[in-house]
Design a protein around this ligand. Structure first.
Ligand SMILES: [Zn+2]
Length: 85
């Protein structure tokens, strides 16, 4: 289950952004933080940097139509997979 969440923002994607084995990125775009799986989320360093700049820019949604009205960053960040925090 944890594999279905974005490594950057913890959004529940409904698919595994890095594939079944966690090593095969899909190169899809996260509708929330806009990361491209297999690009900015490749290393711990790039994950932290991307997350930091996304937060700094006000947690803007890449695809605002997917944003639930009750959405909050405070709640969602709890779903970031443990090893990528
Ligand atoms: Zn994301």
């Amino acid at each position: 289950m944890e594999k279905e969440y974005c490594r950057i923002c913890g959004y529940r994607l409904g698919f595994e952004p890095w594939g079944d084995d966690g090593k095969t990125p899909t190169y899809e775009i996260c509708p929330c933080c806009g990361v491209e799986f297999g690009n900015e989320d490749c290393t711990m360093k790039s994950i932290k940097e991307y997350r930091k700049s996304w937060i700094k820019s006000g947690c803007k949604w890449f695809d605002p139509s997917k944003r639930a009205t009750t959405w909050s960053w405070e709640n969602q960040q709890r779903h970031i997979p443990r090893e990528f925090r």
